[in-house]
Ligand binder design. Structure first.
Ligand code: NAG
Ligand code: NAG
Ligand code: NAG
Ligand code: NAG
Ligand code: NAG
Ligand code: NAG
Ligand code: NAG
Ligand code: NAG
Ligand code: NAG
Ligand code: NAG
Ligand code: NAG
Ligand code: NAG
Length: 628
C-alpha cells in the first residue's frame, strides 16, 4: 500500500535524481547520464586509464587512512559491551592505536546461494550492526560491522551488499520493513506489486526491462541475458521507481557518508571465462567491483579500470585521442547481475510461465548469438583490458570480456579480495550459506580458496590462506555445527585468521520457515524471509551467546589475535580457552560421513519468535545440547 511516508521518501529520491550537477547528496545516486543506456561524455582532463595491480588504488589508500581512524572508535564502542574476560581491551586499543596499523583490520565475506544466502547473510549482518535493536547488549555482536574495513559479497551475497549500499547503507531492519524492496513473496518473474512506488503491472514491467536493454543495445553495446536479469533484480533490491535504472555502482564512492569512511568498503566478486569455455576451472580469473574500480589482482589480468568509465574503448590501458569517454555502463543492477549471472537461466525456464512474445524473441536472438550453453555470461563490451599487457594476459586479445557468477569456480565465499597481501586483513568473518549438502554448507568454498592459494607463483600470486581440511573432515569433526577458526597460529604466514560461520539450523524449522531452501527457489513468503534472517542472526551470535556464554568474548579474541601478535601482547587466558575450543587443531578424519542432516539447536519445541523471547524450554534444550 502506498503510504504518505513513502511519497515523501520518493520525492526525496526524485530530487536527488534531478541534480546531476552532483550536490553532496548523502547516498549513492542515480547519476548515469542516460538511464540504463551508457552514453558518450567529455573525458575528464586526466583521461581514464587502466593501472597495474601492483598496489591498491590511490583512492582506496587514501580512503583507508580515514577508515582506520573511524574503526578505532568503532572498536572502542564494540569492546565497550563485548568483554574479553578481565582484559582491559579499551585500554589496550588506546595504548597501541596511535599507529593504526597496530589495530585489528577486519573483513566480512557473505557467500552466494541465491535468496537463501541473501537472507542468511542478512541475519549475520543484522547481528553485527550496532544499529540493530538490542545488538549492543551483553553477549551480542553489534558494532562488528562498524569496526570492519571490508565487506565482500558474491552472487546472492552480492545482492545483500548491493542492496544495503545502493540504499544509503541502510539497515537490515529497515529493508525488512520497507514495502518497496525485499518483497520476495513476489517472484522476480511477476514483478512487483502495483502498489507502493511501482506503477507497472507485469506486462509493463517486462516492457520496461525490454526497453532498458534495447536502449543499451541501440547505442551499440552488445547485451546479454545478464542485462535483463540485472534490471529485474533492481526492482527487488533498489528502493527507487523502476528499480532505479540510473543508479551506478561508482556513485557509492560519491556519497558523503562513504567519503567520511563511515562504513566498510563494499566489494562484489565475479569470475572470468574464456570464449568457448563451459566449465569454469579452479584457476580462473577472479574480478572485483569496488566503488572506484573493476579489475583483478590475478596475473591473468593484473589491472584495474576506473569503474565509472567502463564502456569506454580502452586500448592498451588508455582511451585513444580519437576515442570518447563513456559513463553509465556500471549500472548497479548490472554489477549485481554479473556477480549472480548463474541465475540468468531462469529466463530460459520461463516459456511456461508466459513471457511476453517480444521478450521471448529477444532472448531467442541472444541465445542464437551466444548459444544456450553460454547463457550465464555477462558481456562486457568493450573489454577494458583489450591489448593490456598482451605478452602476459590472455584476455588482452579479446574484444569482449565474458564475466560470470562469482561462485562458478567453487569459491562461493568472496574471500579473494580479502586475502590480497596489500590489504593486510587480519581476520575474516566468513558467512557461508552454500547449499553443499542438503541445503547446508560443508566447507567446500574454503577448500577451493585454500587450494587456489597454494599455487603461489601462479594464479595464487602471493595470496595466503590458512590450511583447511577436506570436506569429509568438516562434517566428521562437526566444524560446520559450530563456528570454527582457521589459521590461529600466525607464525610464518601473513594469512588472515578465518572465523567460519557455516549455515546450520538454529531456530525452529518448519515447512514454512526452513532456512535450507533451494538456491533456485523463486519466491519466499515474508514469514520465511524473516525466519531465515532470524536463523542467520542466531548462528552468528550462537543464540545471543546462549550456546556458549563466552562466544562474544571469543569473537573479540579472534578480532584481536593478529594485533596481539604484532604488538607482542600477552594473550589473555580467556582467549587461550577460546582458541582451544574454536580453532581447528589440524586433525583429519576423511572417512565418508553418514548423510548430513543437522537438527535445529533449538529443537522442535522452541518458540518461533527468537530472539525477542527466549523461553525457558529453549534455554534448557540449549543447555542440554551444549552439554552433550
Ligand atoms: C543517508 O544516511 C545518512 C546517515 O544515516 C543520513 O544522514 C542521510 O540523510 C541519508 N541520506 C538520504 C538521501 O537518505
Ligand atoms: C579517485 O582518485 C582520483 C585520482 O586521485 C581522483 O581524481 C578521483 O576524484 C577519486 N575518485 C573518487 C570517487 O574519490
Ligand atoms: C587519524 O587520526 C590521527 C590521530 O587522531 C590524526 O592525527 C589524523 O589526522 C587522522 N587522519 C585522518 C586521515 O583522518
Ligand atoms: C581512432 O584511430 C585509430 C587509428 O587511426 C583507428 O583504428 C580507430 O578506428 C579510430 N577510432 C575512432 C573511434 O574513430
Ligand atoms: C559515441 O561515440 C562513438 C565514437 O567514439 C560513436 O561511434 C557512437 O555512435 C557515439 N554514440 C552516441 C550514442 O552518440
Ligand atoms: C520451452 O520449454 C520447453 C520444455 O522445457 C523446451 O523444450 C523449449 O525449448 C522451450 N522453448 C523456448 C523457446 O525456450
Ligand atoms: C560437500 O559439498 C559438495 C558440494 O559443494 C558435495 O559435492 C559433497 O558431496 C559434499 N560432501 C560432504 C561430505 O558433505
Ligand atoms: C601453477 O600455476 C602455473 C602457472 O599458471 C602452472 O603452470 C602450474 O601448472 C600450476 N601448478 C599447479 C600445481 O597447479
Ligand atoms: C589453469 O589450469 C590449467 C590446467 O591445469 C592450465 O593448463 C593453465 O595453464 C592454468 N592457468 C593458469 C592461469 O594458471
Ligand atoms: C559431533 O557431534 C555429534 C552429535 O552432536 C557427536 O556425537 C560427535 O561426538 C561429535 N564429534 C566430534 C568429533 O566432536
Ligand atoms: C530488546 O530488548 C527489550 C528489553 O529486553 C525487549 O523488550 C525487546 O523486545 C527487545 N527487542 C528485540 C527486537 O529483540
Ligand atoms: C607476489 C607475486 O607473485 N606477484 C606477482 C603477481 O602477478 C604479477 C603479474 O604477473 C607479477 O608481476 C607479480 O610479481
Amino acid at each position: 500500500m502506498k503510504t504518505s511516508t513513502t511519497v515523501v521518501a520518493l520525492a526525496g529520491l526524485l530530487s536527488g535524481a534531478a541534480s546531476t550537477g552532483v550536490s553532496p547528496v548523502q547516498r549513492s545516486f542515480p547519476n548515469a547520464p542516460d538511464g540504463y543506456t551508457p552514453a558518450n561524455v567529455t573525458c575528464p582532463s586526466n583521461r581514464p586509464e587502466i593501472r597495474l595491480a601492483t598496489e591498491l588504488s590511490p583512492n582506496e589508500t587514501s580512503w583507508l587512512r580515514t577508515r582506520r581512524n573511524v574503526t578505532r572508535d568503532a572498536l572502542r564502542d564494540f569492546f565497550g559491551h563485548v568483554s574479553v574476560g578481565n582484559f582491559d581491551t579499551v585500554g589496550y586499543l588506546d595504548r597501541i592505536g596511535s599507529n593504526s596499523s597496530n589495530l585489528p583490520n577486519i573483513g566480512i565475506a557473505v557467500s552466494g546461494g541465491g535468496w537463501r544466502a541473501l537472507m542468511n547473510g542478512a541475519g549475520a549482518l543484522k547481528a553485527f550492526d550496532s544499529r540493530t535493536d538490542n545488538s549492543t547488549a551483553e553477549g551480542q555482536l553489534g558494532g562488528l560491522l562498524q569496526s570492519a574495513t571490508y565487506l565482500s559479497g558474491l552472487s546472492g551475497g552480492g545482492w545483500l551488499v548491493g542492496s544495503i549500499y545502493i540504499n544509503n547503507f541502510t539497515t537490515i531492519s529497515s529493508l525488512q520493513s520497507n514495502d518497496n524492496v525485499w518483497q520476495f513473496q513476489n517472484s522476480i518473474f511477476e514483478g512487483p506489486d502495483e502498489g507502493g512506488i511501482q506503477i507497472l503491472d507485469t506486462a509493463g514491467y517486462y516492457r520496461d526491462l525490454y526497453d532498458s536493454v534495447q536502449g543499451k543495445n541501440d547505442a551499440g553495446f552488445e547485451t546479454s541475458l545478464t542485462d535483463y536479469w540485472g534490471r529485474a533484480l533492481s526492482y527487488q533490491l533498489i528502493d527507487a521507481v523502476r528499480g532505479g535504472p540510473s543508479y551506478t555502482w561508482s556513485s557509492i564512492a560519491l556519497g558523503q557518508n562513504f567519503q567520511n569512511a563511515e562504513m566498510p568498503l563494499p566489494i562484489l566478486v565475479a569470475d572470468g571465462r574464456f570464449p568457448g569455455e563451459l566449465l569454469i576451472p579452479d584457476n580462473t580469473t577472479v574480478y572485483e567491483f569496488n566503488p572506484w574500480e573493476f579489475g583483478s589482482f590475478d596475473p591473468t589480468v593484473f589491472g584495474f579500470a576506473p569503474i565509472e568509465f567502463l564502456g569506454s574503448r580502452f586500448v592498451n590501458g588508455s582511451i585513444p585521442d580519437n576515442g570518447t569517454c563513456v559513463r553509465g555502463f556500471d549500472n548497479a543492477g548490472f554489477v549485481m547481475g554479473t556477480s549472480s549471472s548463474l541465475f540468468n537461466q531462469f529466463f530460459l525456464q520461463l516459456n511456461s510461465t508466459g513471457l511476453p512474445d517480444f521478450l521471448t524473441n529477444v532472448i531467442g536472438d541472444i541465445l542464437a548469438d551466444i548459444g544456450e550453453a553460454d547463457n550465464d555470461i555477462a558481456v562486457y563490451d568493450p573489454n577494458p583490458f583489450y591489448q593490456w599487457l598482451p605478452e602476459f594476459t590472455p584476455y588482452a586479445h579479446e574484444q569482449l570480456l565474458d564475466v560470470v557468477d562469482g561462485g562458478e569456480d567453487g569459491q562461493n565465499l568472496p574471500l579473494h579480495p580479502l586475502i590480497q597481501p596489500n590489504r593486510h586483513v587480519d581476520v575474516i568473518f566468513a558467512v557461508d550459506s552454500s547449499a553443499d549438502i542438503n541445503g547446508w554448507a560443508n566447507g567446500t568454498s574454503l577448500v577451493a580458496t585454500y587450494e587456489r592459494s597454494l599455487n603461489s607463483t601462479g594464479i595464487g600470486n602471493g595470496t595466503e590462506f590458512p590450511a583447511v581440511p577436506d570436506v569429509n573432515t568438516f562434517i566428521n569433526l562437526n566444524l560446520t555445527q559450530r563456528p570454527t577458526f582457521f589459521g590461529c597460529n600466525s607464525s610464518n604466514t601473513s594469512a588472515p585468521l578465518v572465523v567460519y560461520l557455516a549455515s546450520r539450523p538454529f531456530v525452529y524449522q518448519t515447512e514454512d520457515t526452513i532456512s535450507n531452501f533451494s538456491t533456485f527457489q523463486l519466491s519466499t513468503e515474508i514469514d520465511q524471509r524473516d525466519n531465515t534472517i532470524l536463523n542467520g542472526y542466531a548462528v552468528a551470535t550462537m543464540g545471543n551467546s546462549t550456546e556458549d556464554s563466552n562466544w562474544s568474548a571469543c569473537v573479540g579474541c579472534a578480532i584481536l589475535s593478529r594485533s596481539f601478535d604484532r604488538t607482542n601482547e600477552t594473550v589473555p587466558d580467556i582467549c587461550t580457552q577460546c582458541f582451544n575450543r574454536y580453532c581447528w587443531d589440524g586433525t583429519i578424519n576423511s572417512t565418508t560421513p553418514a548423510d548430513y542432516n543437522p537438527v535445529s539447536v533449538m529443537g522442535s519445541d522452541s518458540s518461533r519468535v527468537f530472539p525477542a523471547v527466549l523461553s525457558s524450554v529453549v534455554a534448557a534444550s540449549i543447555a542440554i545440547i551444549t552439554m552433550v
